[in-house]
Design a binder for this molecule. Structure first.
Ligand SMILES: Nc1ncnc2c1ncn2[C@@H]1O[C@H](COP(=O)(O)OP(=O)(O)OP(=O)(O)O)[C@@H](O)[C@H]1O
Ligand code: SF4
Ligand SMILES: [Mg+2]
Length: 375
């Protein structure tokens, strides 16, 4: 007998050009504790086939919690609600067995620390062949051949020999290459890369980003690239979503977010980027603290740190709006009808316009002054 999920999956059409690969709606993540931690608050977005999308924001903004919740990799004390549609099935409603098949087969994950994805007592080759046998049904010999080929593809020199090494015999960059090989081996529809370069030195960072971009482009894989560093996503993604206090506060094409940031927080993030075209005595940081995730937020979560704050900001939390709507909201004051009456609830996606959750978005001059320029 088919489970309701299997039934809904078989009835659903496979993703086409207009159909998102991943569709997230109203995702909430709360860690149960004496003071519950509201890590992700009502996040919605779509990712299309083959897109590379960046998710950026300061430490603690909910990037990892929101990404790990998609494939239910959070601890038991995390309450997750909303819907996460992938290939016609809601991942939040799959059973454990179905989920295990999705992880690896349809969704590959690359973490910041490659050690967390590698078993220290097994050789790199053994771990790769296991993935290939499990997800591609290859027999031992074919799996070993394919493992060596994959290691070579990701740039591990002398792959035939290095396949017998244990993880500790690889450098940090090589370990991350091996993890990437494992994540892309089953040709997943979606690759989640959570700070994949943070633990690496700058030259290796650039090589790993290039590798991720090459492999995902070659296979038409959708990539969600998570980072706290705007500089990392500049050349690798087509779209950006900026997170603050567990919410998406700005979303548009990468070019737009760099050239015309429409949220004061994004402008501040730009200013904190080291500039290569200007002499800077010290790195600029964003003053003030991010919101306490254990407390409900009244008004805009960025209000205590925001130079553009107006009265409305401390009372009413701005939803994501199209930029023209946000501008009207600035000038029209408090008497506006609700957002849903004006332009629905726009969701970041491949065709969505520039969105901002701000009652007083920066003017073009202020925005370009803060922009570091897409590189
Ligand atoms: N396992 C956990 N148990 C309790 N709280 C958690 C857990 N994981 C994350 N949190 C809390 O949830 C909030 C969001 O954390 P998250 O790890 O998603 O942030 P992040 O944006 O990925 O930050 P970073 O850039 O540091 O990785 C933070 O307040 C964090 O302390
Ligand atoms: S809504 Fe107000 S406080 Fe929030 S970012 Fe916009 S201007 Fe600043
Ligand atoms: Mg994180």
């Amino acid at each position: 007998m088919k489970t309701p999920v299997a039934e809904s999956r078989s009835e659903a059409a496979s993703p086409g050009p207009d159909r998102p690969v991943l569709s997230v709606r109203d995702l909430d993540v709360t860690f149960r504790a004496r003071s519950p931690v509201l890590a992700v608050r009502g996040v919605s977005y779509d990712l299309a086939a083959g897109e590379h999308v960046g998710l950026v924001g300061e430490s603690g903004s909910g990037k990892s919690a929101g990404a790990l919740a998609l494939v239910r990799l959070l601890p038991d004390y995390a309450d997750v609600s909303g819907t996460v549609m992938l290939d016609g099935a809601d991942l939040l409603r799959l059973n454990e067995r179905e989920l295990r098949a999705v992880r690896g087969d349809q969704v590959g994950i690359v973490y910041q620390d490659p050690f967390s994805s590698l078993n220290p007592v097994l050789t790199i080759g053994k771990q790769l062949t296991e993935v290939l046998s499990k997800h591609k049904g290859l027999r031992a010999r074919a799996a070993r051949r394919e493992a060596a080929r994959l290691l070579e593809t990701v740039g591990v020199p002398n792959a035939e020999e290095r396949i017998s090494d244990h993880p500790h015999q690889f450098s940090g960059g090589m370990r991350q290459r091996a993890v990437i090989a494992m994540a892309v081996a089953p040709r997943p529809a979606l690759l989640i890369a959570d700070e994949p370069t943070t633990a690496l030195d700058v030259t290796v960072q650039a090589q790993i980003l290039e590798l991720l971009q090459e492999l995902t482009s070659e296979h038409g894989t959708t990539m969600l690239l998570i980072t706290h560093d705007l500089g990392v996503v500049a050349g690798v993604t087509q779209r950006l979503m900026v997170m603050y206090g567990g919410r998406i506060v700005e979303a548009s094409t990468t070019e737009d977010v760099f050239a015309r940031p429409a949220h004061p927080y994004t402008v501040a993030l730009h200013r904190s980027l080291p500039r290569i075209d200007a002499r800077q005595e010290r790195l600029v940081t964003i003053e003030g603290q991010p919101p306490d995730p254990t407390r409900p937020i009244e008004g805009c979560p960025f209000a205590p740190r925001c130079p553009s704050r107006i009265d409305r900001c401390t009372v009413e939390n701005p939803p994501l709006m199209t930029l023209p709507t946000a501008r009207r909201a600035t000038t029209a004051g408090w008497e506006l009808p609700t957002i849903s009456e004006r332009d629905g609830n726009p969701v970041p996606g491949p065709a969505s316009p520039h969105l901002t959750a701000c009652w007083n978005p920066p003017l073009p001059e202020a925005r370009s002054a803060g922009a570091g320029g897409a590189g």
